[in-house]
Design a protein around this ligand. Structure first.
Ligand code: TXA
Ligand code: MG
Length: 339
């Protein structure tokens, strides 16, 4: 299959919309990461998404909308707390889990009786969804297990020849996926930290809690509320180790680790101006917000440069810290050194 690469002009977006409406797979930019979209009402196309990504079929997809009134078609029993969150954070880097209506096919929700709904803020995403004329089911547009794509070239790397089209909308501004909140019960529960911080959520619904599994790996016998939690995630080819804590101690520890691994190509992901000899250095930025924006593209860049071991400086500095930590720990398969 030849994958068409579109710019984000009106004619191209109209064509991308027609492709999705006719059952095709189209990758599109959002403010968080690129999504791999198909009509949410078309079972066969949704199945093709799972195949193109190599995604386990028990891991549900998020349905993307560009008109707030679509929520009442896709979901039922929407609680007052859920409404407050929807009013406050849509459009935005936010996904709400609600009881699904009968219109949503089981292939989208992997048989669950709830559905994740997201209204992206990115204008290209909104224009594409409107052009398709149907809600768009979409996971992140990476091969399952790889870092999520934040630039069109990442999608091309993973998906060229597997999907019908890619809309190039430049670099995603948030860089990590949406915050997922399960609002299908009485108390909203954060299942995945992301572009909306916990403090922002609590300012709207104070009783919102965080699922305790967010920073842990899940045991085989446990059933996580968010099926995606149990899978290997965001893993570059390089082995990642997070070094967390006081900045000076972090620097000393990473120097030691580079010395110990002198037979390997080492890389350091920094939050500082620290210089390290004999290592490829990429800067994630001084704030956790910048770190979120750059994390996935840096992980992919280390692979491109042939780095074998990545040491990631990390310190929690702002509300994005939780989202960054969640992705970093998974990329590191929980190899975390605290100093
Ligand atoms: O920012 C984002 O959310 C991006 C962009 C493209 O919108 N999408 C994204 O999709 O990250 P994906 O499929 O890579 O991650 C969605 C996560 C998965 O972990 C899945 O298990 C969870 O959402 N999920 C989807 N529907 C769910 C449901 N009904 N209940 C619980 N978790 C759900
Ligand atoms: Mg994903």
């Amino acid at each position: 299959m030849e994958t068409k690469i579109f710019k984000d002009d009106d004619i191209s977006i109209a064509e991308a919309g027609r492709i999705a409406a006719a059952g095709g797979l189209v990758a599109f930019p959002t403010e968080t990461v690129y999504g791999l979209g198909a009509s949410a009402y078309d079972d066969t196309s949704v199945e093709r998404i799972y195949a193109a990504k190599g995604r386990p079929s028990d891991n549900p997809l998020i349905v993307h909308i560009a008109d707030i009134s679509d929520i009442d078609k896709l979901a039922v029993d929407i609680s007052p707390n859920a409404r407050k969150l929807i009013d406050a954070f849509m459009p935005g880097p936010f996904t709400v889990i609600l009881k699904k209506s009968r219109i949503v096919p089981d292939t989208v929700t992997a048989g669950m009786d709830t559905v994740g709904i997201r209204f992206p803020e990115n204008v290209t995403a909104q224009r594409f969804i409107k052009a398709a004329g149907v809600p768009i089911a979409a996971p992140s547009a990476n091969i399952s297990g790889k870092p999520s794509p934040t630039e069109a070239k990442h999608v091309i790397n993973d998906m060229n020849g597997r999907i019908d089209a890619i809309i190039d909308g430049g670099h995603c501004s948030v860089g990590v996926e949406s915050t997922i909140v399960d609002a299908s019960g009485c108390t909203p529960v954060v299942l995945r930290p992301g572009g909306i911080t916990y403090d922002e959520l609590k300012a709207v619904v104070p009783e919102t809690v965080i699922d305790p599994h967010i920073l842990e790996s899940i045991g085989n016998d446990e059933q996580p509320k968010c099926p995606g939690m149990k899978y290997k995630h965001y893993a570059p080819d390089a082995e990642v180790t997070v070094v967390e804590g006081d900045p000076k101690k972090v620097r000393d520890k990473i120097k030691e680790l580079i010395d110990e691994n002198s037979d390997k190509v080492c890389g350091v992901l920094t939050m500082s101006d620290n210089a390290y000899d004999s290592a490829v250095i990429l800067c994630a930025g001084n704030t956790n917000r910048e770190y979120a924006k750059n994390l996935f593209s840096c992980l992919r860049e280390f692979d491109r440069l042939g780095v074998e071991k990545v040491f990631a400086e990390f310190e929690e500095r702002d509300g994005y810290g939780l989202a960054v930590k969640n992705r970093l720990y998974k990329a590191a398969a929980q190899r975390v050194i605290r100093v």
